[in-house]
Design a protein around this ligand. Structure first.
Ligand code: ADP
Length: 485
């Protein structure tokens, strides 16, 4: 891996704690593998709970002086960090593809997307405005100020090894918080490379720590039980989100949760079918289906069902499966064997209940963690895929006739993250957009992520928003000051 990089030192095999590059005290390590080839590309420290505690203590020390800086000074450090991330975009992308598997073009896109949060929130640091409220009595003056929560801790998944951290650390630092993150054990290298560049940008020692550890549960407990931590931010499954919320309750800790989804993607009779196919490809197969906003249920109205299915099948057959580092690859491997099992389980279940395969339908000839991009027809709501996110390259087509019925079906889930639909009729667009019980609705587009908009879910898909001016609120406390005059 190092030989492919302009800056081999961006592959860090040490954890970044309190501004120092450290090994675990007991020298324990764990391996990082390349999912496309199965080979070990690095080893990183397996820190203990006590060592994570040290990162939290260091964060506490630096947080207050950082918060006391003029916002413009914090902003300048973040701008420098953004510039360094973009200068090293290619190396960061190669590191990401090597540990995560996504095609290099997608990795480049993610590095830029992640960096955009550092840039955007660096600017937003200057706009943490308060309020003045006309007093309730002639001799009272009321103001509201916003202050950083303090030390924030984050737990992130492997599907976006850079962006899921950037979306949290950016508003945290902008608000004046310190941030300690435990990246997923499958993908710590992107996090460590970000930390290396943060250090170069002049982020104060201890303000941002990356604690690599295989002991997810133990570290989760430390984050929830250490009284210094005032905020927990998590991206991952709803199942783990529930555990963390329960644990965080003992300290009445503020929590932001970006959890699972079960995104509907609806194609109405009046849709532009070519655009719908393009959107479905982008939204279903990005990162090989391993995103929480990937379409999981594709509903197609009866009148355009066959035409859409034919065009969609042709587009999926044009995808190229392979090693993400090879030119022209559009679909990489899945992250691990259990991800393959889940795709196979959803497929088997659907076939047993009457679905038919339009394309794909089995592990790819490349072997290992590769699976053929698959479409099935005649999906129905008794199938596992209708209630459970596949997180893989498996696209089920459901036929529907009636607008109200499809809205009901789309909302008939415990999740509420992203949803999509394609239609042209203005009143339909308005009605359906308002009726979908989701935090995000993509209308005539399959790509919705940007740093300028609030990303987040309703129902059991989460709490809080990342991105936009709303995103910084999750890292701020409001203080009401009443002055008697
Ligand atoms: P995924 O399917 O993406 O791995 P998870 O919700 O299992 O989703 O994992 C998301 C992140 O949460 C990962 O970094 C994982 O190591 C971590 N994690 C899993 N279980 C726990 C737990 N009980 N406490 C804290 N972190 C956890």
């Amino acid at each position: 891996l190092k030989s492919m990089l302009k800056r081999p030192d961006l592959v860090c095999e040490a954890a970044f704690v309190s501004g120092e590059w450290v090994s675990a005290e007991n020298r324990a390590n764990f391996e990082v593998t390349n999912p496309a080839r199965g080979d070990v590309i690095a080893v990183v420290p397996d820190l203990s709970r006590a060592e994570v505690g040290k990162a939290i203590s260091a964060a506490e020390k630096t947080q207050k002086p950082w918060a006391a800086l003029a916002a413009k000074k914090r902003s300048k450090v973040m701008r420098k960090w953004f510039d360094l991330l973009m200068e090293n975009q290619e190396d960061l992308a190669i590191i990401m593809t090597a540990e995560q598997g996504k095609p290099l073009a997608e990795a480049r896109g993610e590095v830029a997307y992640g960096a955009s949060f550092i840039e955007w929130f660096g600017e937003e640091a200057k706009r943490v405005y308060g309020e003045t409220i006309p007093g309730h009595m002639a001799d009272k003056r009321i103001t509201v100020i916003k202050q950083p929560i303090g030390v924030a801790a984050g737990i992130t998944p492997w599907n976006f090894p850079n962006a899921m951290i950037a979306r949290k650390v950016a508003p945290a630092l902008a608000a004046g918080c310190a941030f300690v993150v435990r990246p997923a054990s499958q993908t710590p290298l992107s996090a460590l490379a970000m930390a290396k560049l943060a250090e170069e940008a002049g982020v104060p020692k201890g303000l941002f720590s990356v604690v690599t550890s295989n002991a997810a549960e133990e570290i989760g407990k430390e984050f929830c039980e250490n009284h210094i931590v005032r905020k927990l931010t998590f991206t991952g499954s709803t199942q783990v989100g529930r555990i963390l919320l329960r644990q965080a309750a003992d300290q009445v800790m503020k929590c932001s949760m970006e959890l699972g989804g079960n995104a509907p993607f609806i194609v109405f009779d009046d849709a532009d079918l070519d655009a719908a196919v393009e959107g479905a490809i982008a939204c279903k197969f990005r990162n090989n289906g391993q995103t929480c906003v990937c379409a999981n249920r594709i509903y197609v109205q009866k009148g355009v069902y066959d035409a859409f299915a034919a065009k969609f099948t042709a587009a999926v057959e044009a995808l190229r499966v392979g090693d993400g580092l090879t030119d022209g690859t559009t679909l990489g491997p899945l992250i691990e064997a259990k991800a393959i099992d889940k795709v196979q389980t959803h497929l088997d279940d659907a076939l047993a209940k009457g679905a038919t395969v339009l394309t794909g339908g089995k592990p790819h000839d490349l072997g290992g963690l590769f699976f053929e991009p698959t479409i099935i027809s005649n999906a129905t709501k008794d199938m596992a895929v209708s209630t459970d996110e596949t997180f893989g390259p498996f696209a089920p087509l459901f036929m529907f006739e009636d607008e109200d019925d499809v809205i009901f079906q789309a909302n008939d889930t415990i999740f509420g993250l992203a949803s999509y639909f394609y239609a042209k009729d203005l009143s339909r667009v308005t009605k359906v957009a308002e009726a979908l019980e989701y935090g995000i609705v993509g209308v005539n587009t399959g790509i919705i992520s940007t740093e300028v908009a609030p990303f987040g879910g309703v129902k059991q898909s989460g709490l809080g928003r990342e991105g936009s001016s709303h995103g910084i609120e999750d890292y701020l406390e409001m203080k009401y000051i009443c002055v008697g005059v």
